[in-house]
Ligand binder design. Structure first.
Ligand code: MLC
Ligand code: AMP
Length: 475
């Protein structure tokens, strides 16, 4: 596969010195492009020469300045979810070996701290780092164990963002609006770096509330399906989005009824796109192409996809036969940090990434994501949560002998986390608070059920499908 070198990651921002156009607004704080460049350069002055720095990735203009400063200085940014429990935060800081903490000082962070001041200005200039250098290390859940650091190069990010510009006709004429968290691919890479790279002003609403989306007056909107289902439940907010050019959904399956309500209330069909922390965005419907409820479209420019069965044979593109989705292309991650075994397991011998998603492809090349291979990978509100990580947190409690965590269908969140625990009787709220000492909010079980025994098969493996079936049957 031939891959061209994309233009440098931050070209558009750096070219903007002296420009008075709006770059970004987060809540009530805003910066023009030249102000953002000068504030980012002030960060770069402080951190230049470091290898990796942690960013306290709050939904704030400070995070935008911090990440832009890292990219300017050629330093790998490690976004840390602001609500991560202490144990999760320590894991990210230790595993990434971050040298500095970019953000407000915290008692539980022992690293040297560099506060970020969006009003700081520096005129220093920086040579673009090599495209193979790391742009970002994003921590994401696997089915078991602690979150893994996904190493993304500058080249992967640049290719990913250019593929989206092609599919969505994303230009500096757009005003991008979203309110997604700034520590994942969706909100940070697409939602901040995409806006900076393509020169479209970003309005970040801090939280993705329907009324805030309606008031923002953008042309391009991003949301996870939970956001869109909340938007269509608020009809006047949904109707206010009729003037937008594109409403984009991703990170989890968009329910067909939500797609149809969006069409009815806004007069246009949403764009759906599919991606992962490890691959950035790889499939999408196009601004000038078919949009089909329940389907996520075609490979982006430069991306190849294939479906294989359990035996490794290619599966026909007939719109019906299920296969394991594999992806190749220039947007793939470099590795899981410090984890060569998991990296090797995730790739085929011929260099394709095994997504872990089951899909079908039709004769036109349109993809439909049918589900995950593993019941242990949960998507709740667009967040990826490994059952094993939540189980480990529960098992650390002295009253818990066994734990099984499942995702059950939820109209609002897609899936909701439910934990089954065996052990001495305990107060579910106390257990939930205990989990909170380890994990971020969205990883905490919404419901904890005490049981005498977990259903196991002859091999002793917990039969989670039975737990979900029993739950749905009201047992
Ligand atoms: C939530 N709350 C809990 C809880 N979960 N409290 C106790 N225990 C729990 N388990 C609290 C919340 O903090 C909040 O409190 C209140 O309950 C409502 O929670 P909620 O129903 O979850 O709503 P909200 O917090 O508004 O979150 C919904 C959401 C959020 C959609 C805004 O899930 C979200 O931002 N999702 C985006 C995830 C994302 O960006 N994924 C992209 C991954 S990248 P309070 O007090 O705060 O109101 C990727 C690649 C790709 O996937 O393809 O894009
Ligand atoms: P994350 O690592 O948080 O980026 O999560 C990636 C996972 O989200 C994928 O492997 C899919 O299971 C899921 N996902 C992302 N986008 C979509 C989509 N449009 N439709 C269905 N699932 C999606």
């Amino acid at each position: 596969m031939t891959t061209t070198t994309p233009r440098p990651l931050l070209t558009s921002l750096v070219d903007a010195a002296g420009e008075d156009r709006a770059a970004v607004r987060v809540g009530d704080d805003s910066l023009t492009r030249s102000e953002l460049l000068a504030a980012a350069a002030a960060v770069a002055d402080e951190i230049g020469g470091s290898r990796r720095v942690a960013v306290d990735a709050t939904a704030s203009i400070e995070t935008v300045v911090a990440v832009a400063g890292c990219l300017l200085a050629g330093v790998a940014a490690v976004p840390v979810p602001p609500d991560s429990g202490p144990a999760e935060r320590q894991h990210i800081l230790k595993d990434s070996n971050a040298q500095l903490w970019l953000g407000a000082p915290r008692d539980d962070v022992a690293l040297p701290t560099v506060p970020v001041d969006p009003r700081a200005r520096s005129g220093s200039s920086w040579a673009e780092a090599d495209p193979g250098e790391t742009a970002m290390i994003m921590y994401t859940s696997g089915t078991t164990g602690s979150p893994k650091g996904v190493v993304l190069s500058r080249s992967a990010v640049a290719h990913g963002l250019d593929g989206l510009a092609d599919a969505w006709n994303w230009t500096s004429d757009d005003v991008l609006v979203h309110g997604l968290p700034l520590f994942h691919v969706h909100g940070l890479i697409l939602g901040v770096l995409g806006a900076l790279r393509h020169g479209s002003p970003l309005v970040h609403t801090v939280r993705p509330k329907p009324e805030a989306y309606a008031a923002a007056g953008g042309s391009l909107y991003f949301g996870v399906p939970t956001v869109w289902s909340r938007v269509v439940a608020d009809e006047s907010s949904a109707r206010a989005l009729a003037s937008a050019r594109l409403l984009v959904s991703g990170s989890a399956p968009l329910p067909v009824p939500v797609f149809e309500r969006m069409r009815a209330l806004t007069g246009s069909e949403p764009i759906e796109r599919y991606g992962m922390s490890e691959t950035i965005i790889t499939l999408s419907t196009r601004f000038d192409g078919e949009r089909r409820p329940g389907w996520v479209g075609l490979p982006l420019r430069g991306i190849s996809s294939r479906l294989r069965d359990q035996a490794g044979n290619l599966v026909p593109h007939d719109g019906e036969t299920l296969g394991q989705l594999e992806i190749a292309g220039p947007t793939l991650f470099d590795a899981y940090l410090n984890n060569p075994e998991k990296t090797a397991e995730s790739m085929t011998e011929d260099g394709w990434f095994k997504t872990g998603d089951i899909a079908v492809v039709d004769e036109l090349g349109f993809h439909r994501i049918v589900g995950r291979e593993s019941i242990d990978m949960i998507k709740s509100g667009g967040y990826r949560i490994g059952a094993g990580e939540v189980e480990t947190a529960l098992l650390n409690h002295p009253a818990v002998e066994e734990a099984a965590v499942v995702g059950v269908p939820d109209d609002d969140l897609g899936q909701r986390i439910v934990a089954y625990v065996v052990g001495d009787r305990h107060d579910p709220e106390e257990l939930s608070d205990f989990v909170a000492q380890t994990l971020s909010i969205h990883k905490r079980p919404r419901e904890i059920r005490s049981v005498d025994v977990l259903p196991r098969n002859a091999m002793g493996k917990v039969q989670k499908k039975l737990l979900v079936e029993d739950y749905l049957a009201g047992a």
